[in-house]
Write a protein that binds this ligand. Sequence first.
Ligand SMILES: Cc1cc2nc3c(=O)[nH]c(=O)nc-3n(C[C@H](O)[C@H](O)[C@H](O)COP(=O)(O)OP(=O)(O)OC[C@H]3O[C@@H](n4cnc5c(N)ncnc54)[C@H](O)[C@@H]3O)c2cc1C
Length: 417
Amino acid sequence: MKQNNLWQETSEEKVSFKALDDSIECDLAIVGGGYTGCSAALTAAENGLSVSLIDQQIGYGGSGRNVGLVNAGLWLAPEKVESILGHKEGTKLNETLARAPELVFKLINKNNIRCNLTSSGTLHCAHSQKGLKDIQNRHRQLTERGAKLKLLDKNETELLTGSPSFYGSLLNEKAGTINPLSYCLGLARVAQSKGAKIFESSLATKIEFENDSWITHTQQGLIKSKKLLIATNAYLQSIIGIPSSKYTPVYYFQAATKPLTEEAIQAILPKSHGCWDTATVMSSFRLDNHNRFIIGGIGNLGQNISKIHSNWAKRKAYSLYPSLKGIPFDYFWGGQISMTDDHIPKIYRIAKNAYSIFGYSGRGIGPGTLFGKSIAEALANETEDILPIRPSSKNNQKFGRVKGSFIELGAKINHLI
Ligand SMILES: Cc1cc2nc3c(=O)[nH]c(=O)nc-3n(C[C@H](O)[C@H](O)[C@H](O)COP(=O)(O)OP(=O)(O)OC[C@H]3O[C@@H](n4cnc5c(N)ncnc54)[C@H](O)[C@@H]3O)c2cc1C
């Protein structure tokens, strides 16, 4: 069995773009058509910049493969963010990212992006007593910072998840779920409608700086621009002339059933909340708009679907919901997360007016949309002050592949037991 991405089969947004086969000139060239690149293209066009974006395929990376949980903030609890970045900068990032789901929902609603948005909220589910302490602690920290979250006990969590497996959960009613690929394609469609030029089947192969301009070469064309954004996150296909972004690659995969009948679905996620748990080797679960059950976990499926991970997905689903026993999983697909050592995304300054953004560490729908918007505003107004974090000229994380292999080994061992 080969990988088969549910989002590709079910996306209601269907757009495609021609390849770049010419030499063109614009204010801003963007490499990478995920949320970061597409959101930047849209905002740059709205700010009066001429903009061109290239990718092999819009949504080819994490943006077309993820779980679709539109959550606020980062993986890290806010106190941790403030301790890493310092109080002032940490508070700025926390406050900005707390509003990220609102930005995503606004873009979807304003532009009629057909991505099956459910805005009933997401549940962070405590898988153990220790997990319960974790969400209680997060609840305290987030509430102190003005978030309106509900800490649910075991019974309340069982009512919303339909599973007795959890010790409690943290409900954020301002979060939601989407078809992640549709959202990305929708952003690209809207960016194009505002004047952005978007090209597929066009990988950047080499970038040079000549006579005050960036020259981005593709297989068949080139873009000359004053400003440059590299938005390739965990999917960078190497570009001569540009230093590779440094991160730890972490694999995450999902499995989905066919649409389930009301009888089969019974009490599973009656309000369609998107869920993830507190385990170190975490899991996620949700429904799509046709009542397909989708479960996810850390691990590299490989091209031919690793039995260790796929068997775990079935066992995990059946243990959460015994009524699913015997129902086959028809879709298996995976993606790569770019994890930074401190789990904070990076804005790397390549040179004046040239940046690379990466390292969302597994939470990039809201952050990617927001960082893309902010970098476009910063480039349009030639000021870094409006960015959610200070750009750095350092890109020196080490041993990413080795750390990634340890995480994969840990996931395999965990999924074998
Ligand atoms: C399996 C999985 C589950 C996840 N679940 C969630 C979730 O539920 N919620 C959440 O908020 N986040 C989640 N994330 C994280 C989120 O998907 C990413 O952070 C986000 O998609 C990053 O967006 P991006 O635009 O920066 O990068 P990407 O979407 O990865 O886009 C990068 C693009 O760059 C292109 N590219 C690379 N090299 C070149 C080149 N040389 N020339 C041209 N183009 C190039 C690639 O083809 C790719 O399309 C998940 C990630 C994965 C992998």
